[in-house]
Design a protein. Structure first.
Length: 230
């Protein structure tokens, strides 16, 4: 395994302008740095409002920092244009949200295939690869069901398959079990852990669940704009 970090965040600052004239802006991060090694699974914890989701957005090129840099391998993420950032996300990053964001008019299989269709892969090939991943998350029998016909846990499994169908290097998960009951959440987290190991992913997981955080390789706490070992 390479010892060079797969992901590096250097001196990140994120400040939002004031909502009204004369009021102070909101500074979420100041001089925040992070390195994640290939194959590592890192949990980020912290109070609500600390900026955990915003940090993931910066790492995924979904948002830009006020200052600082993000690098993924040799890609200078914060220097990418809007179009280049979209291509980078499609090819290098799998993102799992707290809410599944499945398109209700499409089947589970079609939802998983969407990132591949965005690459101009043929529909037949995209559906073929999607079927492999649907089976991998244990839902082959639900291929033709739409999202409204799936349970919460099944919806999140489909969203995980959608995130990984492009075979990304980096998996970012923002409270992926936050909307699930305890038993379902444990099954979904166990699946994420299994996929992380089986597919040699580098993963960053935002979670409020202390037990899930302890099952990761490392825990970092985001507090007062800084990351520190928890």
């Amino acid at each position: 395994m390479s010892t060079a970090p797969l992901l590096r965040a250097l001196a990140l600052e994120k400040t939002y302008p004031p909502l009204a004239s004369g009021s102070p802006g909101l500074q979420l991060f100041r001089d925040l740095s992070l390195e994640v090694a290939p194959g590592e699974m890192v949990a980020i914890v912290g109070e609500s409002g600390a900026g955990k989701s915003t940090l993931l957005h910066l790492l995924a090129a979904l948002d830009t920092p006020t200052s600082g840099e993000v690098w993924c391998a040799s890609t200078h993420v914060t220097a990418l244009s809007h179009a280049a950032a979209a291509t980078f996300r499609n090819r290098e990053i799998g993102y799992v949200w707290q809410f599944h964001y499945l398109l209700p008019e499409f089947t589970a299989l079609e939802n998983i295939a969407l990132p591949l269709l965005a690459r101009d892969i043929s529909r037949a090939e995209a559906l073929k690869q999607a079927a492999v991943w649907l089976d991998r998350v244990g839902l082959a029998a639900r291929a033709q069901n739409r999202s409204g016909e799936l349970s919460g846990g099944e919806q999140q499994r489909v969203s995980i398959a959608r995130a990984l169908v492009t075979q990304p290097k980096l998996l970012l998960a923002d409270e992926p079990t936050g909307d699930l009951d305890t038993a379902t959440a444990d099954r979904v987290f166990s699946l994420l852990l299994e996929l992380h190991r089986d597919h040699a992913l580098t993963s960053i997981l935002v979670t409020h669940n202390a037990d899930f955080a302890r099952r990761c390789d490392r825990i970092l706490r985001l507090h007062n704009g800084q990351l520190a070992p928890a």
